[in-house]
Design a protein around this ligand. Sequence first.
Ligand SMILES: [Zn+2]
Ligand SMILES: [Zn+2]
Length: 183
Amino acid sequence: MSVVSTNTLHPVHSEAPDTEPDVDVLCEERLSDLTSRLRLRGLRVTSERLAVLRVLLESGIHPCAEEIWSRVQQYQPSMSLGTVYSTLALLAEMGEALEIQTFGGKCYDGRRPTPHPHLVCVKCHEVCDLNMDVPVAQGPLRAMLEKRGYEYVESCVRVLGLCPRCREQERLVRAEEVIHERH
Ligand SMILES: [Zn+2]
Ligand SMILES: [Zn+2]
């Protein structure tokens, strides 16, 4: 694969949505899109492949393979976890799903399959979209790459934080510890 063509791999879904998409409309469009793209590549349009993308579009979060597998049972009760993994790899390779590295695992974004910044909780590992532009490709980073003879392709911004729920839990634990210390 040539470096220059990377951005042109996913020309269809490049805009970040400002509002929540209408899931039914989104599903219909993306499933028919996947169908024609599979055919174009000479790959079979299987109900398993369509079901995995449907689950990704319906879930609205960043599910891991196991979560996708449990949700996909309603459409494909006999689908194995192995087939879910290979289907996710294919969808990621086709630019239909974005693969996000978490702690010791991966999760997937089917609604926004082009690279975008994520916020990951260091405690519960929940992943959500950051919904802001992080212009890493400009300024000092680009200059540094050029200095080292690299051409910029893309970057995956992953910001680590502690989510409100985990913060509250930690606060309660600390409060409990204080009570114990006093007694
Ligand atoms: Zn958390
Ligand atoms: Zn995302």
